[in-house]
Design a binder for this molecule. Structure first.
Ligand code: AMP
Ligand code: MG
Length: 277
């Protein structure tokens, strides 16, 4: 399988509107199964080994990965995959839940700004500023003119991030309602997963179409050349993790990170290999 098939196949053309009802959440993009997926993941891990060192060495740019998706679509699973692939020194995680009172007293981007990656780092957002045009819109938490204005505000915010050297990669994990129901059932049944279950997740299922419309609008209005959206088929966990890792790895590759120069102050002959023993 050619990795560019993953990137090109899942990328939403900027300005285009994804038809989520036509994206098959079980699609594997030609991956024959777990075995081939594991080979792609292993190759990504090798590439990331070098890329993350070069990113840290350059100490100038950074990567922001935005994860969005319905409950149980696998955002935590993708985070776990990334934790396995990236050095904990490089990786910074943030999850965005219902805003706190102090957060609500600020603009919606305030809490986001505080979690942006430092130079030389990768930040992963489990939910993000996009909740402010998704749940906030579907539940009518602010007037329509307020959430509508946010699409352009988000585009300008992300343009500013590009200017200061932060590349933004946006992944929408696309799960089917049937697969979600099965995962929520398993969550409620399993004592070790129960903490993640919320009755609110069931209520949100009744708003599925409204959420899909909100996602389609958000993706159409905020996908740009610099910060495109990817819609990831997410019913199969192994395919989902493989797609996410490949997209993130290739985003780092496209930075064309330079090899760092030799350190200053090396004594003469310091780099010559010494005979063993
Ligand atoms: P979870 O990701 O399962 O821990 O759930 C977090 C919850 O916080 C989800 O139901 C989100 O929809 C909700 N949430 C996140 N951001 C916002 C926001 N800006 N306004 C309202 N609810 C939010
Ligand atoms: Mg949840």
């Amino acid at each position: 399988m050619n990795p560019t098939r993953i990137r090109d196949g899942l990328r939403v053309t900027p300005g285009g509107r994804p038809r989520l009802d036509r994206v098959d959440p079980r699609d594997t993009l030609g991956l024959s199964g777990r075995e081939e997926a594991e080979a792609v993941v292993a190759r990504c891990q090798e590439r990331l080994e070098a890329l993350q060192s070069l990113l840290a060495a350059e100490d100038r740019r950074s990567l922001l990965v935005v994860l969005q998706g319905m409950d149980a679509s696998g955002k935590d699973g993708v985070v776990r995959t990334l934790c396995g692939a990236l050095n904990p020194m490089i990786l910074k995680l943030a999850a965005f839940g219902v805003p706190t009172k102090p957060e609500l007293r600020h603009d919606f981007l305030w809490r986001i700004t505080r979690e942006l990656p430092e130079r030389g780092r990768v930040a992963v957002f489990n939910r993000s500023h996009y909740e402010d045009v998704l749940v906030v819109r579907v539940d009518g938490l602010v007037p329509e003119d307020v959430w509508r204005a946010r699409y352009d505000q988000i585009v300008r915010f992300e343009e500013r991030l590009a200017e200061i050297g932060t590349t933004v990669v946006k992944l929408m994990l696309h799960i089917s309602p049937d697969e979600q129901l099965e995962r929520l059932r398993q969550r409620a049944a399993d004592p070790l997963k129960r903490w993640k279950f919320s009755a609110d997740d069931l209520r949100k299922r009744d708003q599925w179409d409204a959420y899909m419309a909100a996602y389609e609008d958000a993706i159409e209005r905020t996908g740009t050349e610099g910060a495109p959206w990817y819609v990831i088929p997410a019913d199969r966990k192994w395919a989902r993790n493989t797609f996410a890792l490949e997209i993130i790895t290739s985003a780092l590759e496209r930075l064309e990170l330079p090899e760092p120069p030799l350190p200053d102050g090396l004594p003469d002959g310091f780099l010559e290999e010494r005979p063993a023993g």
